[in-house]
Design a binder for this molecule. Sequence first.
Ligand code: ADP
Ligand code: ZN
Ligand code: ZN
Length: 742
Amino acid sequence: MQHSRHNKKPLKKFVQVAVPAPLYSYFDYLSPDNADEKTLHPGCRVQVPFGRRFQIGVILGHSDTTKVPANKLKAVQTIFDVEPVLPKELLKLLKWAASYYQYPIGEVVHTAMPALLRKGKAPSIKGQAIWRTGSKPVDPDTEFKRAPRQLQLYRFLQQQDGGASDELLNQQFENWRTAMKSLVVKGQVIKSEQPCLPEAVANAEAGPELNPEQQSIIDTIQSQAAGYRAHLIHGITGSGKTEVYISLAQQVLAAGKQVLVLVPEISLTPQLTDRFRKRLGVRIASLHSGLNDSQRLCAWSTAAQNGAQLVIGTRSAVFTPMPRLGLVIIDEEHDGSYKQQDGFRYNARDLALVRAQQAGVPVVMGSATPSLESLFNCYNGRYQLHTLKQRARSSQTPRIELVDLCKQKLQEGLSPKLLASIDRHLQNQGQVLLFLNRRGFSPLLMCHECGWTTSCKRCDAHMTYHKSRQLLRCHHCGAESAVPHSCADCGGSELISIGAGTERIEQLLQSQYPDIRVERIDRDTTRRKGSLHEKLELARSGNARILVGTQMLAKGHDFPNVTLVGVLDTDQGLYSGDFRAAEHLAQLITQVAGRAGRAEKPGEVLIQTHHPDHPLLQTLLHQGYDGFAHAALTEREQAGFPPYRHLALLRCEAIKPEAGTAFMESARALLNEYDSSGIEVFGPLPAPMEKRAGRYRMQLMLQSHQRKLLHQALQPWTQSLTRLKTGNKVRWSLDIDPYDTY
Ligand code: ADP
Ligand code: ZN
Ligand code: ZN
């Protein structure tokens, strides 16, 4: 034994722990007495005293020295893990992210872990327990005459088809375990364990034979040397991008590696997961918002142990440990939902690229409407661009036409031309999809006497009129109120609804076509679990002949029978103050247009606008998305916006506007204390929506040609912002690479 003691590394005295707290650094603790370095790996969770409480943190490293005075040092209390829950590669990514996004490392680490790990649970891959009645015939009323608790439980389980989970039982009963134990002992109830991930499909289905365009992309990607390389597949909807992902994944899986697939919205596209499952025949961990905590932990841990070969998930799936990562796929890379909009404001697409780079594996992104950033990266050679020009299954590209709304007599916002087209397509047994990014019946009510409008008391915004629910609702803060019968200003009794939302369009069309099924698909009509799925089925099957919806309808769905697409309102997007508005509009038009004529029927797309000569619309129409992208990039360059400049946006909100101003002024002054050469500062200015949810909002924008210069100044600045006294009366946050400037 002498030998091994001799070999043992001397234990470093201090453990560096990331604790979830709004502070930028890790914290030093003393190693517990009984610990040796073997049990204190970076990535293991520990419980540490923090302030007056205990916190669960993650070990980042060790050191022989500390700046903490000896009398302040405390010791690690408990060590939870023998093996790191956050492996080295992931810690590296998280440290990078904390520094890039200027966000406290403890919070970053916290965000990356499933909730149960944050609470100290073991990274278990056990499925959840399921309780169900046994097969032995039991007459509950006689059997449990003197055990009312058991009777209750037994009766309840009898009604549960698939058995009941702990979670369900906890919801229904208090202290059910003792009674349940008796039932189990008597064999009247059986406890079993559900596998937490479905097993792999035994016989993978074969796919279609790839067309030459697809094959050449795969050949190009596979011909490259191993290691990191970023690829972007620009291909219209239905051009076969997913087939390319599947083929590439097959190769990587065959080599025993794992594949990470990021998607913007998994609940909207469950077919995609099914498709991967059926075609690849491997165990898939699907991480989505529908999982409960233990299912999430199980999926996460299974992937971490290489028990799942493919992980498919939304934004936060980028943090799943995957020891054999061999390929990263990012579908719909342009989608805004990859950006987290509060707290730790990371962009999962960008982090996935960094992760792939650190792991030395290729990344394949795909979109019908790539972001301008990504196209720019293709033009400058950082990514390799591949295009799919043909639709995989034959169908003509739709005819797109602008409809000038000026001087037209509109019916609830619909032009005579669009109304006539709807009629024609319905007569020809077509299906119609109308797109409007505005929920509710009308965006406001107005007094016909004096012009008073229904505005939100807490926001600079109107309250939307929801007719069927008979209420006014603010879409910014969620405030609701009863529909007024008269004007609050002059008492006038005639209140008119101005403008149209999806509910109004639905009502108009339903009254015009009483015998035809009209389905509205927006957040209001899909609140109930399963309702979105039902509606999408009705849309896909063609039973719903007219579909009215918001951007929910624009994403990735396959509606083979749609022949006419109408985009009702483009003017908002053309004249918005946000630098990404034009890009969003072009993406939206291209995506919804892709919904028309996907199968054998030719499609028609009508875009309503008051500005048919607008250069954006003209370029998009005549030169396609590519032409638009080139023009829009030139505009971005001239205006000094990304990807030509790098942005950081300091936001703050305060109940009193003066408090916001004071904080922003001191933040700006503080910037002068650091080297801010090469950085332009704009503001502080009021946010585009100055008041929201009762708070006044301001912003300060930092801009630079060089990311490095920006980050050099940000680092010391952000850390001293936390010490500003003026910061006590405001909420503030820093957004690196903001997605929008609202
Ligand atoms: P995207 O991901 O670009 O929207 P998909 O990969 O989903 O496109 O393909 C669209 C449809 O065309 C799917 O039904 C798919 O099965 C089919 N498809 C894709 N590639 C081929 C091919 N080479 N031959 C026949 N059908 C194909
Ligand atoms: Zn009035
Ligand atoms: Zn409001």
